[in-house]
Design a protein around this ligand. Sequence first.
Ligand SMILES: [Zn+2]
Length: 262
Amino acid sequence: MAPEPGSASAGPFFSSRHPMHADLERLIALQRLDTSAEAARKKLADEPERERSLDARLDAAKHRVASAKERLASNQNARRAMEKELAVHQGRLSKFREQAMAVKTNQEYHAIQHEIAHAQAQIKTHEDQMLEGMLEADELTTAVKSAETDAAAEQKGVDADRKAMKAEHVELQHSLERMSAERAAIIGALDKQLLHTFEQVAKKRHGVAVAEAKDGICTICHVRLRPQVFNTVRRNEEIVQCESCQRVLYFVPAPAATQAAT
Ligand SMILES: [Zn+2]
């Protein structure tokens, strides 16, 4: 999460014994606002993409239901076709049995017995296949139900995410308005030349025009400051820019060091 956008002051970690240069404090606050506002704008800009991914989740769940139903339907079609074939073989079997009653010769008898055996084998094969198809149909029916349950859960999840996104959208809009008002107040009090410097540096440096100096180093561009420059920055009483990245530098005294000083 970005720092609390509401806190326009530089924060409590600066020693009250050494009041910070007022404009330096304003620049730090301005930077916090701009960074938070940028993050809020980015979140707003990401909303269509998030919407699309929610739609994709629903589409995928619906697709899983549809293809489970398709598999069940094709199983049912196959079973209906098998039933018809089975009926054909059963019809032939009873026809052969009738003919068997009327045979005159031994040869005819054997021929018809052969046909009967063949028809019985066909019937057996088809009945086995139909039983297999019925067992498969049970599994496919279960799969359809489970896909439908998943789809309902996905719909619920997506609805909840959409609701959260809508609430977040409103929240982001409000905080942007609040930050815009705070920004105007800070700018109103800030030295115009410094504001110009801030904006120029921010433009060149991905929106970040202020940097903490720590252990003699600019913490953003990592260039080591000249000892004299760092000592000046440590006091937070002047506007000092990093000689390498031009960002305005400030120093956060360690709590223990603050106690030990003076
Ligand atoms: Zn720097």
